[in-house]
Design a protein around this ligand. Structure first.
Ligand SMILES: Nc1nc2c(ncn2[C@@H]2O[C@H](COP(=O)(O)OP(=O)(O)OP(=O)(O)O)[C@@H](O)[C@H]2O)c(=O)[nH]1
Length: 306
């Protein structure tokens, strides 16, 4: 019944669809037009508004905490737990300055039935997108995520006229670790390295596993000097011994550093960071190599201890 359009309803029953039925039919159709959770909640809030007036809507799930409209924490709330068969879909809360009546709550319930399937689909889509952009071993963003983030951050830096730097990092002689201690120990070191990376950079910097034992960091609002300082901090932190599979191991990393120029696109920026990394390897590994943004000269930070 809900999926019938107004015309079909009129043809079948010989009268126009009642307003409440028409509203739920329209809302159901609208909710099927998006897989984005935020958009879905906006559509839902608009659809429910004339039947259960509210100033704000909040959706909480283990993977999300979203607010739509004017959310006032201190005012009246109408809270619903969302379950579809046995699946926990989170919690939906309406808020406003007037108390909610029993009738409001019942109407809200009847609209929630329309939301459950579209919301479950949106949650699954969001989870699939998240997995498609995450490296399963380290939990860092993967190369696809790096490409998308770099394109976005590059545009942002251009618009604001702010600096942007990139690090490319590659663990040294990692094949030896695998060959000597086995792949599981190698995996343990890769996880350890990604933790060091995430803990050493600032919260605005983003870390990615580029592939194998190669990683990248995007640093918005960061010039080459600050990027070089941060790269050195990472290099020093990596050298501290770490126990994997009962083996106290020490690793080192080579790092290429570069910053955005006017002529750069994503490919040239990453390419220059990769070249700087290659230079760091060529000059003896366990070092940071800064490519001059103009690409004409470069600075090498030799290890203070190795
Ligand atoms: N354990 C583990 N090893 C990996 C993974 N991905 C790539 N590797 C290993 O990383 C090693 C990379 O070796 P190479 O490319 O020769 O580089 P390297 O030994 O680090 O030497 P340099 O980079 O020249 O310092 C190979 O042995 C790969 O098998 C992974 O997910 N887990």
């Amino acid at each position: 019944m809900w999926s019938e359009c107004h015309k079909c309803y009129a043809a079948r029953y010989g009268e126009p669809m009642p307003a409440a039925t028409a509203a739920t039919a329209d809302l159901l159709l609208q909710l099927q037009t998006t897989l984005e959770i935020q958009d879905l909640l906006c559509l839902f809030s608009e659809g429910v508004q004339s039947f259960v007036p509210h100033s704000g809507l909040r959706y909480r799930h283990s993977s999300n905490d979203l607010k739509v409209g004017v959310w006032e924490d201190g005012s009246y709330h109408c809270r619903k737990v969302l379950v579809l068969v046995d699946e926990d879909l989170g919690e939906l809360v309406l808020s406003r300055s007037e108390p909610f009546s029993g009738e409001d709550s019942r109407r809200f319930d009847s609209f929630i039935h329309l939301l459950l399937h579209p919301l479950r689909n949106a949650l699954r889509y969001s989870c699939a997108m998240e997995n498609a952009h995450r490296d399963p071993l380290t939990g860092l963003g993967n190369r696809r995520a790096l490409d998308a983030t770099l394109a976005r951050d590059l545009q942002l830096a251009r618009r604001r006229g702010s600096p942007l730097s990139v690090l490319m990092l590659d663990l040294d002689r990692f094949k030896m670790i695998n060959d000597r201690y086995g792949h599981a120990v190698g995996d343990c070191l890769l996880r350890h390295f990604s933790r060091i990376l995430s803990e050493t950079v600032r919260s605005s910097d983003l870390c990615f596993r580029y592939g194998g034992e190669e990683f990248a960091v995007i640093m918005p609002d960061t010039d080459s000097n600050s990027a070089n300082t941060l790269a050195e901090r990472i290099r020093q932190a990596v050298m501290l011994p770490h126990c994997c599979g009962g083996h106290p191991l020490q690793m080192t990393v080579s790092i290429g550093v570069t910053s955005l120029t006017d002529k750069d696109n994503e490919r040239t920026l990453l390419g220059r960071a990769d070249q700087a990394l290659y230079q760091a390897k060529r000059l003896g590994r366990n070092r940071t190599h800064l490519a001059n943004p103009a690409g004409t000269s470069s600075i090498d930070t030799a290890p203070k201890c190795s």
